[in-house]
Design a protein around this ligand. Structure first.
Ligand SMILES: Cc1cc2nc3c(=O)[nH]c(=O)nc-3n(C[C@H](O)[C@H](O)[C@H](O)COP(=O)(O)OP(=O)(O)OC[C@H]3O[C@@H](n4cnc5c(N)ncnc54)[C@H](O)[C@@H]3O)c2cc1C
Length: 421
């Protein structure tokens, strides 16, 4: 594989850009693999990469029904943070953030990770106390965190509505190492690095059936033929319940909901950070892309669906949030909006675990937050598949936590997926 560098850009510039290698191959599926991962989103691709890189597994396929990165991987608002409080989530997301910090070097691909700070506004003393508890817990467990008073916030983010907001802003909780990255680049970077290690990434290959014999998966029926595997991993995000059904495993504690994202026309530099607010039933997050578009989103569409398109009431709701917090956006035009299908778990926390079938492994339940999780998710899912036991960091991410009543209820929203972030 050609190494990307300033020199390779210079050389190819001089030779008419004609000598770049293909970024990944387009192989036909083989009849059998050691490991098959279903889903070429960020989690599936990262898993394949770490299986090859960390565990030396070479005979791997990633099966994708559409095109690589065409699911939530290519539809999210790209916020990366590790401001979690609950044991179980904390170590995991901090490990992920550390992987993000060196990901471009690791993959030799610029994922445009930008640590521009994540700023959660608070609007009441009670919210400030809640944020203080969470951010102080982070500090006590080796993640940096700050609480800003109003004067500091005004200095750092001058354009917010400090005058006549319905819910006055009184300060913010901040993680400076948090930020955003380019979502497509992450998918392409993992794909390229996995492919270079021999992983077959097979697009337009939908899994339509799972053949089981007792407690083993024998083969996957796909639109490109039958493929057998010693081990199978599901990493299909919003489609998890469908695959689970094909494996005849009953019901999962996951519901699939829609989440929309929005991009405005490009503007001159306006916002240097990721800004979030949630108060009085509203939920909103915004940042500015390198091309100048304001990238923002809000709540789920409030109903379950597999359709990757959203509806107008949420467009109105999110636009109202945008103009209430940043009134200067009132006359900015919306350029695009789209939706993805979210795998919402009942406690707002994920699953990276074994299943009742011996050689089948599950990666799901990412809610709104699977982009930031993708490096650690791939890291630990690969480890689980290779060693057939969970690392201690992910020991809580088990389906059995619902049987035992030890849910990792990060948002405290109970069994109501649409309320989880
Ligand atoms: C609008 C929006 C905003 C978001 N914002 C953020 C954010 O700011 N920060 C954050 O951390 N997270 C965010 N997320 C969440 C994050 O994008 C997801 O949690 C994460 O991308 C899910 O993992 P994935 O990339 O592997 O999923 P996907 O990219 O959806 O990958 C799953 C793949 O499986 C494939 N597949 C499904 N069924 C089959 C089948 N039968 N056979 C073969 N292939 C199949 C799909 O085509 C898909 O490509 C957001 C999501 C959305 C939709």
């Amino acid at each position: 594989m050609m190494r990307y560098s300033a020199w390779s850009v210079f050389k190819n510039g001089l030779t008419g850009q004609k000598h770049w290698d293909r970024v990944w191959r387009d192989p036909d599926p083989k009849p059998a693999y050691d490991v098959v991962i279903v889903g070429a989103g960020l989690h599936g691709l990262a898993t394949a990469y770490y299986l090859a890189e960390n565990h030396g597994v070479r005979n791997i396929a990633v099966l994708e029904k559409g095109w690589l990165g065409g699911g939530n991987a290519g539809r999210n608002t790209t916020i990366v943070r590790s401001n979690y409080m609950m044991p179980g989530n904390r170590d995991f997301y901090e490990h992920s953030l550390k992987l993000w910090e060196r990901l471009s070097h690791e993959l030799n691909y610029n994922v445009m990770f930008s640590q521009r700070a994540h700023i959660s506004l608070f609007h009441s003393p009670a919210a400030r106390d809640g944020a203080a508890r969470r951010y102080n817990t982070m500090r006590l467990t080796d993640t940096e965190a700050e609480l800003w008073d109003l004067d500091t916030l005004k200095k750092e983010v001058p354009h917010l509505n400090y005058q006549n907001a319905r819910f006055p802003i009184i300060g913010a909780a901040v993680q400076r190492r948090a930020g955003s990255a380019r979502h497509d680049a992450v998918a392409w970077g993992y794909a390229r690095a996995a492919d270079a290690r021999g992983v077959d990434i097979i697009q337009n290959c939908e899994v339509v059936g799972v053949t089981r014999e007792g407690s083993q998966v024998n083969a996957l029926e796909t639109t490109r033929g039958t493929i057998s595997a010693m081990k199978v991993g599901f990493a299909v995000a919003g489609n998890t319940s469908r695959l689970w059904g094909m494996a005849e495993l009953g019901k999962l504690p996951i519901e699939t909901h829609l989440l929309q994202a929005f991009v405005s026309e490009p503007l001159k530099p306006l916002l240097d950070q990721v800004v979030v607010f949630g108060v009085g039933g509203a939920h909103f997050y915004i940042s500015q892309s390198d091309k100048g578009g304001m990238v923002f989103g809000g709540d789920l569409d409030w109903y379950k669906s597999y359709a990757q398109r959203g509806n107008l009431p949420i467009v109105q709701d999110v636009s109202e949030c945008a103009t209430s917090i940043l009134p200067c956006l009132a006359r900015v035009r919306l350029l695009r909006h789209w939706s993805g299908v979210m795998d919402m778990s009942m406690d707002g926390s994920p699953f990276i675990c074994k299943t009742p079938v011996d050689n089948l492994y599950l990666n799901a339940g990412w809610n709104y937050g699977g982009f930031k999780a993708s490096p650690a998710s791939g890291w630990y899912f690969a480890d689980l598949i290779a060693n057939d036991r969970p690392d201690s960091v992910i020991r809580h991410f088990d389906l059995k936590r619902f049987e035992k009543g030890i849910n990792i209820d990060e948002r405290g929203a109970g069994p109501d997926p649409k309320l989880h972030g």
